[in-house]
Design a protein around this ligand. Structure first.
Ligand SMILES: [Ca+2]
Ligand SMILES: [Ca+2]
Length: 367
């Protein structure tokens, strides 16, 4: 998480003379990815469970019931979809980022970023996940819009580009979004809520996804039919190209992804088929599947909602996809302000030697 507990963790680690990688609670085990496919993250990916902790970050200062600050250990090891934290009476985490609700953390309301990766790199470490204003094409014709940023999982910097929380035995239409993104409310839950027709529903068109210039995509899927969870990231060039253009396919993804710790699905490792050339529906119509067994589908062919199974529309489902660009940390405070002229004074993750071996360190920057 990106709130005070993480800062505390850092302080404790530094006191122990140990330099932590940024986003230590989410960092990946070395040697992941590559042709071996499904390696397992050393820690929880966050995601449906972890996103809950994003709401918790807001609770630290906003909860009227005076919760004590969240236990970081619980969040770090949390891989449980039914995490009791879910019931915290948090405001939506969307309020946190925009309002800078955490005491002492600069507000980002009114600041426009190109992507959530830039939010991650050019806001203080204390900045919680939530809703930020993005304008991926800068001075181009696209108007700024709100988007959900995950600033915690696996180092943060993730922009939510697809969110479908669907209720069983329904087939609401999907929403292709050419100029906006779905928001996210972690209090809305699988089997309880249906987000159809709301601001939390939809997915980026290929063109909009392309404007976010992602180099990694993170897929998450849950259903109430199976306990298996899809939770992996990929930088597979062919799959990224397909989803950024609508042309091509994700063939090859089966051996080029990194599973997070909570990933238990057969997909994509067992995928043998990859529907090609689906244009605006590329993210939702079986980009990877095993015929008659395991699928990723979102109202595909008018009625199929599937997560690592073959269920038609008879079960509750929740699909999410998040995108990010390379997490190249600024090498100085000056580099922060160069990337974000509206940067506020605070403690930033500065990586003085860039790609060199020294990890980024919390560094106070005054602007
Ligand atoms: Ca613009
Ligand atoms: Ca470095």
């Amino acid at each position: 998480m990106k709130g005070r507990p993480l800062a505390l963790l850092w302080v404790m680690a530094v006191a122990c003379g140990e330099l932590l990688e940024l986003g230590p609670e989410r960092s990946l085990a070395p040697g992941s990815g590559g042709s071996g496919g499904a390696t397992t993250d050393a820690s929880d990916s966050g995601g449906f469970g972890g996103e809950t902790s994003a709401g918790d970050a807001g609770a630290d200062s906003q909860d009227a019931d005076g919760d004590s600050p969240d236990d970081i250990d619980a969040d770090v090891t949390d891989a449980d979809v039914t995490d009791a934290d879910v019931t915290d009476a948090d405001v939506t985490d969307g309020a946190d980022g925009a309002d800078g609700a955490d005491a002492g953390c600069p507000q980002q309301a009114g600041v426009v970023f190109s992507t959530c990766t830039v939010v991650e790199l050019t806001t203080p470490i204390c900045t919680p996940s939530g809703t930020f204003t993005l304008d991926p094409d800068g001075t181009g014709p696209l108007a700024p819009f709100p988007a959900h940023c995950d600033l915690e999982t696996d180092g943060g910097g993730w922009t939510l580009v697809l969110n479908y929380l669907h209720y069983h035995h329904t087939n609401p239409p999907v929403a292709v979004r050419p100029s906006s993104l779905p928001l996210y409310d972690p209090s809305r839950k699988l089997g309880t809520h249906d987000d159809s027709g709301t601001q939390y529903w939809g997915h980026a068109s290929p063109k909009l996804l392309d404007q976010l210039a992602p180099t990694e995509l993170w897929f998450e899927g849950l259903s109430t039919l199976t306990p298996r969870k899809i939770s992996f990231k990929t930088s597979h060039a062919g799959c990224l190209s397909y989803l950024r253009t609508g042309t091509g396919s994700c063939a090859g993804l089966e051996s080029s992804f990194t599973a997070f710790a909570d990933h238990t699905a057969y997909l994509p490792a067992q995928a043998t088929s990859f529907i090609p050339n689906k244009q605006d529906l590329a993210l939702i119509e079986a980009p990877f599947y095993v015929l008659g067994k395991y699928h990723w589908n979102i109202m595909s062919w008018g009625e199929r909602w599937e997560v690592d199974d073959w269920t038609n529309h008879h079960h509750n489902t929740h699909h999410r996809v998040l995108a990010r660009s390379a997490l190249a940390r600024p090498t100085s405070c000056g580099a922060v302000s160069a990337l974000n002229p509206s940067a506020k004074s605070g403690v930033y993750a500065i990586d003085a030697d860039g790609p060199g071996p020294v990890a980024a360190l919390p560094t106070a920057c005054t602007f």
